[in-house]
Design a protein around this ligand. Sequence first.
Ligand code: GRG
Length: 295
Amino acid sequence: MQEETKKKFDEYKKLVEKKLDEYIPVKYPEKIWESMRYSVLAGGKRLRPVMALETCRVLCGTYEHAVPTACAIEMLHSQSLIHDDLPCMDNDDYRRGKLTNHKVFGESTAVLAGDALLSFAPQVILQNTPKTVSSDTLLNVLEEFVVAAGAEKLIAGQVVDIDSEGKQISEETLNFIHENKTGALFKLSMRTGAILAGAEEEKLKAVTDYAEKIGLAFQIMDDILDVTSTLEELGKTPGKDAQENKATYVSFYGIETSKKQVASLCKQACDILKEHGIESDVLQAIADSINERVN
Ligand code: GRG
């Protein structure tokens, strides 16, 4: 990443981390708030909130208006990771280089912390988005949020993923899992950023298409790293896909073809932005960083 672009990315990231810390206080009963804070403030690349803020800015919006939504999306992302790590799901002991939520707080608190984040996130949007944002826009954002978090998107992807373990599945099913489990939150980030900028339909579609390509590329790279990376690099246990007998891009096409697919999808994503006159060094760099991802 170019130095100037990295500076912009890091500024967004710093802002998101400061606001997440502010939005999630420690109240009574402290245990639940501490458990929520433990996972949300555990680091992470913060790709989704940065994408939301940069999309809002590049489409001529006031990116500060998108901060509560960007943070809410990171809360939803953290919630999905807490639940995904539970013994009844992916059963992982490490996440973001730290012990998983249930390993520190116990299973019941981890379930409740996920639940709490899921309902707290839209509360953060409602209570913190500046009043200058119209009610119609806010309703649009909330609709995008609840649909992405629900049984039509994120949960659908997770259910089909779990159901597919140890089975021969079609490429169509694999794409369904990736599109919903991973792609939905990238799309949510870009779409809400665009909606808060008041973007016209053509631009909204362009950023949605970019997010779709990036989401798929990101997940294919995740599958590759599961095979090639270490616990130290990944911050979570590698080799889980093979252990759980999961169909992945790597199991379908092998590592080299999968890498080529990632590069091609990232290029297609950037071409979409160019075709629609959306010039963002940050969004370009995010695509490049997926190609070069190590964690
Ligand atoms: C919404 C109620 C509700 C449940 C969620 C558990 C679940 C249903 C979905 C799981 C979704 C999941 C774990 C998708 C994996 C996506 C993925 C590749 C995450 C890793 O993202 P990074 O690398 O993580 O951006 P960091 O730690 O950098 O933020």
